[in-house]
Ligand binder design. Structure first.
Ligand SMILES: Nc1nc2c(ncn2[C@@H]2O[C@H](COP(=O)(O)OP(=O)(O)OP(=O)(O)O)[C@@H](O)[C@H]2O)c(=O)[nH]1
Ligand SMILES: [Mg+2]
Length: 312
C-alpha cells in the first residue's frame, strides 16, 4: 500500500514564486530580445543558471547539452532552448528518483518506523506533525516518539503538533533518546500501530557525541525489527542553499540516509538547490515543506516541481 499521497499543484506553484523569479525570470531576461541563440548567449545563459542556485555542474551540463543538441540555426530558437533546459532539469530529478523505494510497503512487518534527523531549526518537528497528519488521513494508526531529549521545550513543541493532528505521543522523563525510542516501539508493537515517527534533537557534525547517538538510536530500533528504521529522513532547510549539500555529507558520515525532506520552499529563492542535491548526492527527495500548516508537506513529484518553476 502507498503510505500517503499529498499533492497540490497550485499550492506548490504558489510556494515556488520566489524560486521561479530566481530561475525562470532570470532566464527570460537573459533571452529577452534574442532571436537566435548564439555562443555568447549560451555563455550568458550558463552564468544565469549558475547564479540561480541550481549549481555550477548542473548548469554546465545543461549548456553543454544545448551546444550538442541545438546544432542548426533553426533549432536555436528561444523556445527550444527553454524547453531543453526544462527537460534537462526534469531528467535530473527523475534520475534521483530511480532509487526511490518507498511507495509500496507491506504491513507484515509493522510498524513502519521513520527516523527524522537534521540540524537545529531545519524543520524536523514541524515535518513530523505534517507527516503524522498525512499518515493519519490515509488511514494509518500513527504514534510519535519525542526523542529530542536535548532541549527542554522540545516535548511541548511536539505535543502541540500531536494535539493538532490528534495522534498520541510518547514522552519519557530522561536525557536518553534511545530510552524514548524503546518505549515508543514497545507501545507501537503492543498496540499494533502502523507508523512510528521519531523526532530527534537538532545536531551539528561538530557535536560528535550527538552524531554518534544516532547510531545508538538505530540499534535500539533494530532490536524490534532488523529491517527498521524503514526510513531515515534528513530534513534540510531550503533556505540553506549550498550549505544543504554540506549537511548531507556530514550526516552521511554517521548514518545511512534513505531520503530527504526539504522544508521552507515557500518564501525562499533557493528552490533550485533541489537539482544540485539530487545530482550530487543521489538521495531521493521524498517530501517538501511548502508552508507552516498541517497540509503543507507534499509528496515530491519531479515533473510537477519543474512545471511549477516554468509555469507562468
Ligand atoms: N514557511 C515554512 N516554515 C517552516 C516549514 N517547516 C518548518 N518551518 C518553520 O521553521 C521553524 C523551525 O521548525 P521546527 O520544526 O521547530 O524545526 P526543528 O528542526 O524541529 O528545530 P529543532 O528542534 O530546534 O532542531 C518553525 O518556525 C517552523 O514553523 C515550511 O515548510 N515552511
Ligand atoms: Mg524540533
Amino acid at each position: 500500500m502507498k503510505l500517503f499521497n499529498n499533492f497540490n499543484f497550485d499550492r506548490l506553484k504558489n510556494s515556488l514564486t520566489k524560486t521561479r523569479d530566481n530561475i525562470l525570470t532570470k532566464i527570460n531576461e537573459t533571452l529577452s530580445g534574442k532571436v537566435k541563440i548564439d555562443e555568447v548567449t549560451l555563455e550568458q545563459l550558463e552564468e544565469t543558471l549558475i547564479s540561480s542556485d541550481i549549481g555550477a555542474s548542473v548548469s554546465e551540463a545543461i549548456i553543454e547539452k544545448a551546444r550538442k543538441l541545438l546544432v542548426n540555426e533553426k533549432d536555436r530558437s528561444v523556445d527550444n532552448i527553454k524547453e531543453l533546459i526544462k527537460n534537462e532539469l526534469l531528467s535530473i530529478l527523475r534520475m534521483g528518483l530511480q532509487q526511490k523505494d518507498k511507495e509500496e510497503f507491506s504491513f507484515s512487518n509493522k510498524p513502519y518506523v521513520i527516523l527524522i534527523i537534521g540540524i537545529n531549526g531545519s524543520g524536523k518537528t514541524t515535518s513530523i506533525g505534517k507527516l503524522a497528519h498525512n499518515f493519519k488521513k490515509s488511514g494509518n494508526n500513527v504514534i510519535i516518539a519525542s526523542a529530542d531529549t536535548f532541549r527542554a521545550a522540545a516535548n511541548d513543541q511536539l505535543q502541540i503538533w500531536a494535539d493538532r493532528v490528534g495522534v498520541p505521543i510518547v514522552k519519557v522523563n530522561t536525557k536518553d533518546p534511545s530510552a524514548v525510542v524503546y518505549e515508543a516501539l514497545s507501545i507501537a508493537k503492543k498496540d499494533n500501530y502502523d507508523v512510528v515517527l521519531i523526532d530527534t534533537a537538532g545536531r551539528l557534525h561538530t557535536q560528535k557525541n550527538l552524531m554518534v547517538e544516532l547510531n545508538k538510536i538505530k540499534n535500539v530500533i533494530k532490536k524490534f525489527d532488523d529491517g527498521a528504521p524503514n526510513e531515515t529522513l534528513l530534513v534540510l532547510d531550503g533556505n540553506s542553499g549550498q550549505n544543504a549539500l554540506q549537511q548531507v555529507k556530514e550526516f552521511e558520515k554517521y548514518t545511512d540516509i534513505t531520503g530527504l525532506i526539504i522544508t521552507k520552499l515557500d518564501g525562499t529563492t533557493k528552490g533550485g538547490v533541489v537539482f544540485q542535491i539530487v545530482t550530487d548526492k543521489k538521495i531521493p527527495v521524498k517530501y517538501i515543506g511548502v508552508g507552516e500548516n498541517v497540509e503543507d508537506l507534499q509528496d515530491f513529484e519531479p515533473s510537477q516541481y519543474v512545471e511549477a518553476i516554468f509555469n507562468t
